[in-house]
Unconditional design. Structure first.
Length: 414
């Protein structure tokens, strides 16, 4: 027998989970959101990190006014990077005001119920019967380590998200694999901690984002396109502000858009900090990687086949994230088989619903369907609205919605 029941269970309390819960609760549904708010951001992002997204693109989604980052920090300017701690504080404030009922536990299993709906088992032992589950687990489960590095132990090879700080690497030689913001910022933070970082990048040369223009002339707007949550440009605006249209593009086109929109590059404000303390080797492709004495010997080759062996104490893979439903072990093996996928990512409807009725995916897992904005906070409002409105519209067995009042006006100024 189930311990309890509710309308919707949300797995994850990051930007997408919090935004979806805000919309669902506003529609009067009984929602359980499982997870500590902003846990991944607080525990798996390094101290000293800054967000690449602009203030207006860092808002969580809510049906109430006054809940955005720019409402909380109205004086934050375009081109002024947001410290990680400031964004985490905003997310925690959002959770406390809009959805104070988050639960600091974990979902250990989601399986189909005997009739319709699902049975969700928590780490506390409680089971919840629910018609609907929203998987909003963020990027954490999808951390990607290249095959060449995957066979080595964790004390020699780790993903960049495994480190809250880099003090333990002081005095050590550390190879950082990657060429994007995560790799370059990791290298800088390693140097700040007293380590000796060596960036190994496949790209022929490092790319850097341009300094954003705070005030754009009419000519710049016409030629360069409108500003959006993913940057300036007409196509970029479409991918960022109209992700519902991306779903109707051919699959190969969607894959290209996700791959090529905002390719690996460093933020403009990081460029001066990547100084002589950081050794950079570009145009290098991973080859043989082997444990050697107390460290790692990393062999790379360039396009002409010339080899370079880099001996280090540790390798950090800042190699991004790859959605794969099979890595979502909170879903039972039977349920994972029921979810139709393409290249590991779930195939989703226009409302983020998978082939398993009542099972929704938000965030990075939805990028293959809705495009690159789902890799960023900016996509949270669109996803949350679509999911919430579909659940309330197409689930007639649920009770009619009773709209709940918005947050206390006084709370917005706390």
């Amino acid at each position: 027998m189930n311990d309890s029941a509710c309308d919707v269970v949300i797995a994850g309390a990051g930007p997408y989970g919090l935004s979806t819960a805000a919309y669902l609760q506003n529609l009067g549904l009984d929602v359980r959101i499982i997870g500590k708010p902003m846990r991944f951001w607080e525990e798996n992002m390094p101290r000293g990190m800054f967000l690449k997204s602009e203030p207006f693109a860092s808002n969580l989604g809510a049906p109430h006014r006054g809940m955005g980052f720019t409402d909380r920090h109205p004086d934050w300017r375009v081109g002024e990077p947001i410290p990680l701690e400031t964004f985490v504080e905003y997310g925690l404030w959002f959770a406390s005001v809009v959805i104070p009922g988050t639960e600091d536990s974990q979902i250990v299993n989601v399986e189909r119920g005997n009739a319709s709906g699902y049975v969700v088992t928590l780490s506390t032992g409680e089971t919840i019967a629910t018609r609907t589950v929203v998987v909003a687990v963020g990027v954490g489960p999808f951390a990607h380590i290249p095959d060449e590095l995957a066979g080595l132990p964790s004390w020699l090879v780790s993903h960049s998200t495994a480190h809250r700080d880099f003090d333990a690497f002081a005095g050590q030689e550390v190879a950082v694999v990657g060429a994007g913001q995560s790799a370059l910022e990791t290298a800088v933070l390693l140097a700040d901690a007293g380590a000796y970082p060596h960036v190994l990048a496949r790209r022929h040369e490092l790319d850097w984002n341009a300094v954003p223009e705070v005030r754009r002339s009419l000519g710049t707007k016409l030629l360069g396109g409108p500003r959006s949550g993913l940057g300036a440009g007409y196509r970029t605006w479409l991918w960022a502000e109209r992700p519902g249209l991306v779903r109707y593009l051919p699959e190969r086109t969607r894959q290209r858009i996700v791959r090529e929109t905002l390719p690996p590059a460093g933020a403009w404000w990081l460029r001066d900090r990547l100084d002589r303390r950081v050794h950079v080797s570009t145009g290098r492709f991973l080859g043989k990687v082997a444990e050697q004495d107390d460290g790692v010997a990393v062999t790379t080759t360039d396009r002409s086949g010339r080899r370079l062996v880099t001996e280090v104490d540790h390798v950090i893979a800042a190699t991004g994230f790859v959605p794969d439903v099979e890595r979502l072990t909170l879903l039972s093996s039977d349920l994972r088989r029921r979810v139709a996928t393409r290249f590991g990512a779930p195939v989703l409807s226009r409302d983020f619903e998978s082939s398993a009725p009542g099972l929704y995916f938000a965030g990075l897992a939805a990028a293959a369907t809705f495009g690159p904005v789902m890799r960023f906070v900016h996509g949270a409002d669109f996803a949350a609205r679509r999911i919430a409105h579909h659940i309330i519209r197409d689930t007639p067995a649920m009770r009619p919605p009773t709209r709940r009042p918005g947050p206390r006006s006084g709370a917005l100024a706390e």
